[in-house]
Design a protein around this ligand. Sequence first.
Ligand code: PEP
Length: 252
Amino acid sequence: MRRNVVAGNWKMNNSFDQAEELLSAIADELDKIKTKASEVVVCPPFPYLEMAKDIALECDFGVGAQNVSQFDAGAYTGEISASMLASMSVKFCIIGHSERRKYFGETDETLAIKVKQLLANDIEPIFCIGELLEEREANRHFDVVKEQMEKGLFHLSADEFHGVIIAYEPVWAIGTGKTATSEQAQEMHAYIRTLISKKYGQSVADDITILYGGSCNAKNAQELFANKDVDGGLIGGASLKAEDFITIVQSF
Ligand code: PEP
């Protein structure tokens, strides 16, 4: 079902103590809100997941990981499997973030396996797609996103696809302070929904949650989220400040 979701991607930030302080501050702020405008998910680094889950228990926010292995189990030093995350009751996982594609060589083909791993373990993938600056400048942004969707997601059955959250993150907007305009975000989100509709039918397309990510902050979230095909945000930098994050959560 289509939902309003705001997910915080902490990336590789914060010590354990800082993470605990930030999570407690988020929990305190969420406690003060009578009616939450969106579902809240926080994705801290792996070693903080258990602590995040303990804090989340008291105030109802989801906890997600930032990556998962494509493998089931075994001799894969340093990897974390989907079944391990599931055994800790982690309910969400970001995959395909542009930083993982760029620095860790993640391909659409690997992501196609990762998304299956997550779904098989009842974890909601937050699947990131988006074009580079040069691709937008060459007017190739629609083609790039189409290819990422086709290779990374369109092997799923309609039932499986229902379990995916998509995050459109133009790479040129991530961590740069350059947000996509409201029109650019809406245009691409509508396009993504059209692709889904062609592949799985209109009702699946209408049901899918599509987040925007890329320098979304407390000041611009409301304008971005006002677009009819933008169902919330994947938030990097601004998710590291409790007050800003909560403002974004309430920006619907
Ligand atoms: C992200 O990393 O997913 C992201 C959107 O980062 P930022 O909000 O800092 O641009």
